[in-house]
Design a protein around this ligand. Structure first.
Ligand SMILES: C[S@@+](CC[C@H](N)C(=O)[O-])C[C@H]1O[C@@H](n2cnc3c(N)ncnc32)[C@H](O)[C@@H]1O
Length: 473
């Protein structure tokens, strides 16, 4: 679980959080002590940040994978915890504002960088993200970038350029608000998809929402009002509460975590299971279950639950989460098409793997690691999974299909094609009154469609899609 303090910062929050003293001398170290360039405090963190930025941009590697505490990049894992926090903050910010930083850097170069100067480019972006958005002294950001440039044979000859560009940046932009259009920070392929799906004004609003870090939402087992007050947050809808941005400490240190009273789950991700209604005495299958937020909801709604998860490592997380919550569910490890045989259930949830384009606020790397081809490929995976899932729905039973993509190819269009083919299923439209606070997210077809600019007054929401289907034959 990540810490509560958000590592990535919006322009409004710039330089007032992520307080780090890593650029100061180590406690007890005399200020006059000479340190070699390689030992400069904070240098390693900047070098790792530049390397990881390269892995995201050039190899389309996911940031979660690179910064995983157990399986992440070895250089990242070697860092101290607070340097890991700084690296994550730099990368989230550098990716969230990539278009803006690219423009601001380019405007301060005498001539464009050679196209193969990728290492140099990443180094500049890492420093620029600190200068523009993080609570790191500008002088330290510049000095460490120059030292890093000098230490790398690929960038050594550009040391002077790094120094000049970044110094100009601190002089000309120090303390200035971001004035670029939000769309500049949305990767082109994604912006085009958003405009095609939602029209230009809404696509731009979504792009603006992507610049804001996501708040932390919890799903509580009981009494949302009381828990919101106890943890210093507010009720969003149903069992979802939102923590205040000033909440301090790690998630695990918060009241009620150890006792399993709640779990972390964006309020929009908690909506699909609510579409089943009361499941007392019914059987339910969560076909794509890990890490288990929705399985936990199904257990809470008093169903007898079977949770399927194809990935062994993710199944471990699922089991650990259910254990902490003292939630009882049958857990089957392997693709549900193989583990379920011909079993059928009253309620089936298919929360399918997707492009995750609805989660850019917390995963700004997604726009850079995914492409339209990935969206299409994942839609095809979902089509097959939906077809297979349908066979596990008992006659009269309900199938909820959901995912966190905001591309209709993975949502509305997929369900339309499914219903055209499977005459044994019909849509059971969602009534706007079913999901208080989310009535505007119910489409004219009766599906659920959230996009990140919704609920902006309280910090936005992840993009999500869900459709409720009923087996009639
Ligand atoms: C979007 S995530 C599910 C998130 C989860 N429902 C939650 O709310 O915590 C999709 C999950 O489906 C799993 N998965 C993919 N294909 C699967 C299959 N055929 N059978 C079971 N699990 C599968 C993936 O490993 C991944 O953990």
């Amino acid at each position: 679980m990540s810490g509560v303090s958000q590592p990535s910062l919006s322009p409004q929050q710039r330089k007032d959080r992520a307080r780090t003293r890593r650029d100061q001398p180590e406690p007890g170290r005399p200020k006059t002590e000479q340190v070699s360039a390689a030992d400069k405090p904070g240098l390693k963190a900047r070098q790792v940040a530049a390397k990881l930025l390269g892995a995201v941009i050039e190899q389309q590697t996911s940031l979660d994978g690179l910064t995983d505490p157990d399986h992440g990049h070895p250089h990242f894992r070697q860092l101290e915890a607070r340097d890991q926090g700084l690296v994550k903050a730099i990368l989230l910010t550098a990716l969230r504002f990539r278009g803006t930083l690219t423009q601001e850097i380019a405007a301060r170069l005498d001539r464009p960088l050679p196209s193969n100067a990728t290492a140099l480019n990443h180094l500049l972006h890492v420093a620029a993200a600190q200068i523009r958005f993080l609570d790191v002294p500008d002088s330290a950001a510049v000095d460490l970038a120059v030292t890093a440039a000098e230490a790398d044979p690929r960038t050594r000859r550009f040391k002077g350029v790094v120094n000049a560009v970044l110094r100009r940046m601190t002089r000309e932009l120090g303390g200035a608000e971001v004035t670029t259009e939000p769309a500049i920070d949305c990767p082109n392929w994604l912006l085009e998809r958003l405009i095609a799906a939602y029209g230009e004004p809404r696509a731009k609003a979504i792009a603006a929402a992507h610049r804001m870090p996501a708040p932390i939402d919890l799903t509580v087992k009981t009494d949302p009002e009381a828990w919101a007050e106890r943890l210093g947050g507010q009720v969003v809808s149903g069992p979802s509460i939102r923590l205040d941005a000033t909440t301090q400490g790690s998630i695990a240190s918060l009241d009620g975590f150890a006792e399993g009273k709640w779990w972390v789950q964006d309020a929009s991700a908690a909506l699909p299971v609510r579409l089943f209604g009361d499941l007392t005495g019914k059987t339910a299958a969560d076909l794509c279950a890990a890490p288990g937020g929705k399985t936990a909801q199904l257990v809470l709604s008093d169903a007898t639950v079977t949770a399927c998860e194809a990935s062994k490592s993710r199944a471990k997380r699922l089991v650990a989460n259910l254990t902490r919550l003292a939630h009882d569910a049958e857990t089957l490890i392997g693709p549900f098409q193989e583990t379920l045989g011909d079993r059928t259930f009253d309620a089936v949830l298919l929360d399918a793997p997707c492009s995750s384009t609805g989660t850019l606020r917390r995963h700004p790397d997604v726009g850079h690691t995914k492409s339209l081809d990935d969206v299409r490929r994942l839609a095809e995976v979902q089509r097959k999974l939906l077809d297979a899932a349908a066979n596990h729905v008992a006659p009269g039973g309900t199938l909820v299909f959901s995912n966190c993509s905001i591309d209709p190819i993975e949502g509305e269009e997929l369900v339309k094609a499914f219903l055209a083919e499977r005459k044994d299923f019909t849509r059971r439209p969602i009534e706007p009154t079913e999901l208080p606070g989310f009535d505007k997210a119910v489409t004219s077809d009766g599906d659920l469609r959230t996009t990140p600019e919704m609920l902006s007054a309280i910090g936005g929401i992840d993009g999500f899609y869900a459709s409720r289907l009923q087996r009639v034959g």
